[in-house]
Ligand binder design. Sequence first.
Ligand SMILES: Cc1ncc(C[n+]2csc(CCOP(=O)(O)OP(=O)(O)O)c2C)c(N)n1
Length: 360
Amino acid sequence: MAKAIKKKIVSKKSDSKLTVKSKDNFGGLDKNLLLTMHQHMVKTRVLEERLIKIYRAGESFFWIGGPGEEAWGVPVGMLVNKGRGPKFDYVHLHYRCSPTLVAMGVSMLDSIRLMMNRSTDTSTGGRNFSNHFSIPEWNVAPVTSPLEVQYPMACGTAHAQKRHHTKNYKNNPISVVTGGDAGTAEGDFASALILASRRGQELPVLLTVQNNKWGISTSYEGQHGENFIADRARAFNIKSQVINGNDPVETYLAVKENMDYIRLTGKPAFIEAMVSRLYGHSSASGANADPNELDPLKTFEARLLKAGLITEKDSEKIWAEFEAEGVRATEIARAEPQPTVDSIWNNTFVGSENADWRNF
Ligand SMILES: Cc1ncc(C[n+]2csc(CCOP(=O)(O)OP(=O)(O)O)c2C)c(N)n1
C-alpha cells in the first residue's frame, strides 16, 4: 500500500508543493511526536472509512465525518489539556471532529456504537448522528447539528474559565471551538467574535474555522466578501492567522503557539485552517472519494517515508492493525441492541434519570 501511496504523491503535481522537501526537519518536532501524530491520523482514516462501509452496508442511517481533516484535528486533540470542569480545557467541536477525539482517546468502538445507534453509545445512548459526540468527563460539549451554535457556547465556557485564571500563568485553561467555513455566515459566528474580544473583557478562547471551500454543494467562491475568514477576527483586534491545515506539522506548531498565547494572556486567538474534504459532505451526497482533493495523510506519510522515520513495512503494519481493530469493533457493536422507548428522555434536559449534564 505504501508503495502505491509514494508513487501517487510523486506523480501528482498538486501534492508536490507540500511534500517531501529534502532535509525536511518537520519544524523541529520530536520523532516520537511525529509518529504518534501519524498513528492517530491513520486510525482516524481507517475508522471513518469503516463508518462509510457500515453506512453502505445498510447498518446505519447516516454518515458525516472528518476524512481530510486529520492533519488539522489530530494536533488539536494532542494539545488539549483534557479533564473535567473549568480548570481544564473545554472543547466545542463540529461533526468533522473524529481526528481530534481519536487523538484525545476516543476508541473505534465508541465511534461505531454512535454511528450504529447502539444503546451502549456513551455519548447519546444511540440517539444521534455519527460524530455527534458528548463527553462530559473531558469537557467535550455535545456536538450539535445546527451550525455555529458552538461558537457563543465556547465564549460561555471561556468566560467561566477566566475566573480560574492566574495572571501570567502559562497553563491557564482555555476553550477551543471548531466549525466549517459556510457556517460562518450564521449570526452566532459574528456574536462570538464580539463576545470574545470586548476590550478589557477578552476571553481565553481559540476560535477556529476549517475551510474546505464547500458548504454541502455551495462553493466558497461567491459566498464571501472578505478575502479570508480570518480577516473578520482581525477587525476585532483578535490575533488571527491562516494556516495550511493539511500539514500536521504546521498545524501543531500554530495551534501550540496560539494556545500558549491564550493561556498566558487570557485573550482570544483565531485560526483559519485550509483543509480537504475527501468524501464529500456526508452520506447525503454519496460519501464518494473525491480524487481532486489533496490527501493530507498520504502526503504526510510520504514525508515520513522519505525522511526514513518510518518504513513501508511499519506503515503497512499500522494500517493493518487499525483495520483489524475496526472490524472487531464493528462485530461487537453489531451484536448490541438499539435503544428502547424507555430511554427516550435519557441525556436530555427534561426528565433524565441519569442527568450527567448537570455537572458539566
Ligand atoms: C443553522 C443551520 N443551517 C443549515 C444547516 C444545514 N447544513 C448542515 S451542514 C451544512 C454545510 C456546512 O458547511 P461548512 O460550515 O462549510 O462545514 P463543512 O460541512 O463543509 O465542514 C449546512 C448548510 C444546519 N445544519 N444548521
